[in-house]
Write a protein that binds this ligand. Structure first.
Ligand SMILES: [Zn+2]
Length: 272
């Protein structure tokens, strides 16, 4: 019995020691915290990579969306308030006539929208009949009107604030043949005048005191006095112009900007 106990004790001690040595050997250089750290690092890298992919997808998507939006907004222009700076204008003598030093605005978008569309039709209908019309002047500032007034009666009978041009309700055009303005071609003027009148426009070719065949206007029956006190013409097809009030508000801002621009032009050219 004693011997047996000794044996058991011996093996027990040996097993425990060997086990302890084995464990020591096995785990001595191994620390699971290293693994956790490595795993965490790998996980972190994986997440970062995924995020980078997501990021670039998102960036590409965002860029694509922005491109599409810009494409879509192109005709509308985002910077609405400075649109007046893009208006077309011509310098003096552009159509062979002295029309003063202040440039003439030729932009159709400078006109009252209803009248603008009529003018557009006038140009198109003339074109269909082989007549090329050039816009000589559309909207006119008070500064420009004063300049005409100072140039004499053959230019205008109206002082500042009295011309329909100053309300975006008149236009001056001229037919062009082989690049030359045809100011004295009565036959052409007559044909153009008829087309304009058919569109419901008032034609300056009918006037006796200041025969003005290049001039067309529409006021919806309002007089210059009505316009001067701020009355607005009533549009026949009002449903076709759902944003007319907004458009007119914006137009008046553009007009004021041009007014400031041309008033300062008039001042500096006077100094010279
Ligand atoms: Zn005119």
């Amino acid at each position: 019995m004693h011997f047996f106990c000794n044996r058991v004790f011996f093996w027990l001690i040996t097993f425990v020691s060997l086990n302890a040595i084995g464990q020591d050997l096995l785990f001595q250089s191994y620390d699971c915290r290293d693994e956790i750290e490595i795993m965490a690092q790998l996980e972190k890298e994986k997440i970062l990579k995924e995020l980078a992919v997501l990021d670039s997808i998102e960036r590409i998507q965002k860029e694509e969306e922005e491109r599409l939006l810009a494409e879509f907004l192109k005709p509308y222009r985002v910077d609405t308030l400075s649109l007046w700076k893009d208006w077309s204008f011509v310098e003096n003598y552009s159509f062979g006539k002295n029309r003063g030093g202040i440039p003439m605005i030729t932009e159709l978008n400078a006109l009252h929208p209803y009248f603008r569309d009529k003018v557009y039709l006038l140009i198109q209908k003339c074109k269909a009949k082989g007549i090329d019309l050039a816009v000589v002047e559309s909207y006119r500032t008070r500064a420009k009107q004063s300049e005409y007034k100072s140039m004499g009666k053959k230019y205008t009978r109206s002082g500042a604030g009295k011309s329909k041009h100053q309300y975006g309700l008149a236009i001056d055009v001229v037919p062009i043949v082989n690049g030359e303005a045809q100011w004295h071609n009565k036959y052409l003027w007559k044909r153009i005048g008829v087309i304009g009148e058919q569109l419901g426009l008032r034609w300056g070719g009918r006037w006796r005191s200041l025969y003005d065949p290049g001039h067309f206007e529409w006021t919806g029956g309002l007089s210059s006095q009505d316009l001067a006190v701020g009355k607005l013409p009533i549009i026949p097809k009002v449903k076709s112009y759902p944003c007319i009030n907004y458009d007119l508000q914006l137009l008046s801002i553009y007009w004021e900007n041009w007014e400031a621009e041309q008033a300062s032009y008039a001042k500096t050219s006077q100094v010279k």
